[in-house]
Design a protein around this ligand. Structure first.
Ligand SMILES: NC(=O)c1ccc[n+]([C@@H]2O[C@H](COP(=O)([O-])OP(=O)(O)OC[C@H]3O[C@@H](n4cnc5c(N)ncnc54)[C@H](OP(=O)(O)O)[C@@H]3O)[C@@H](O)[C@H]2O)c1
Length: 248
């Protein structure tokens, strides 16, 4: 399919779920992938599985909500691999509660990782991408950022914020050949959605025109396209990958 040969990609939240699948598909397309999360052991497993399939990957364990850690790790990756061509801001968490029970800490944690984490990433790679006059930045938002969802005020705000952040960055960086886009997944089968009851799943199927819950691969293939040279005329957009649940 799309070729990422000689490209260096950084994928956050690559230790499992959607991020792991994006890391794998990028490596299969020929990129060197730097896998980021907070957990060295799970990252190591991902790197080993990529290498065992003939790809190249490395890992950087840090918390994306910490700007200095993000910048230092990006600088290390640039020193080692010469550039960063692709950044996927995928790391994310949920702390779901109704507003009446949501405290300041619940709000701050989710916004710090999901939204500030992406800003930290974009700011850390901007200089090197501007110099190279090439870059692909992909932020993983959510359909919840478009529609809102009861019990997810913090998460929905962070995901809607990513869409605004992407549009602003797309406008700032377009003259340097850097595109910035969002993917808004619907319901995807990962650890994040694992504790959904069968009854909730059944109700969900009814809202998905394509009649199934998504897989991490459904998101990874969209992320592969947006990272490719072929997607060079697309910027500031949000692509929903949700089985048709939210039609714009
Ligand atoms: N699954 C869905 O239905 C769905 C729908 C819409 C959007 N999304 C979005 O898609 C992205 C991936 O979701 P997923 O379902 O794959 O979730 P997941 O299986 O829970 O994986 C989340 C990933 O983010 C990493 N992470 C969390 N906090 C981090 C931090 N502070 N610093 C660095 N890494 C961190 C986790 O690694 P460690 O815990 O090891 O650090 C893990 O690799 C998220 O942004 C999520 O909001 C998911």
């Amino acid at each position: 399919m799309f070729n990422l040969k000689n490209k260096v990609a950084v994928v956050t939240g690559a230790s499992r779920g959607i991020g792991k699948e994006i890391a794998k598909i990028y490596a299969k397309a020929g990129a060197h992938v730097s896998c980021v999360s907070r957990n060295k052991d799970t990252l190591n497993n991902v790197v080993e599985s990529i290498v065992s399939l003939g790809g190249t990957a490395s890992m950087n364990a840090f918390d994306v909500s910490n700007f200095d850690e993000f910048q230092n790790n990006i600088n290390d990756i640039i020193s080692e691999y010469g550039a960063i061509d692709i950044l996927v801001n995928n790391a994310g968490i949920t702390i779901d509660k109704l507003i009446i029970r949501m405290n300041e800490d619940d709000w701050n944690k989710v916004l710090d990782i999901n939204l500030k984490g992406a800003f930290n990433g974009i700011k850390s790679v901007t200089r090197t991408m501007m110099k190279a006059r090439f870059g692909r930045i992909i932020n993983i938002s959510s359909v919840v950022g478009l529609t809102g969802n009861s019990g997810q005020a913090n998460y929905a705000a962070s995901k809607a914020g990513l869409i605004g952040l992407s549009k602003a960055s797309a406008k700032e960086l377009s003259s340097r050949g850097i595109t910035v886009n969002c993917i808004a997944p619907g319901y995807i089968e990962t650890d994040m959605t694992a504790d959904m009851t069968d009854e909730n799943k059944e109700n969900l199927y009814l809202q998905i025109p394509l009649g199934r819950i998504g897989s991490p691969k459904d998101i990874a293939t969209a992320a592969l396209f947006l990272a490719s040279d072929e997607a060079g005329y697309i910027t500031g957009q949000t692509i929903t990958v949700d089985g048709g649940m939210v039609m714009n």
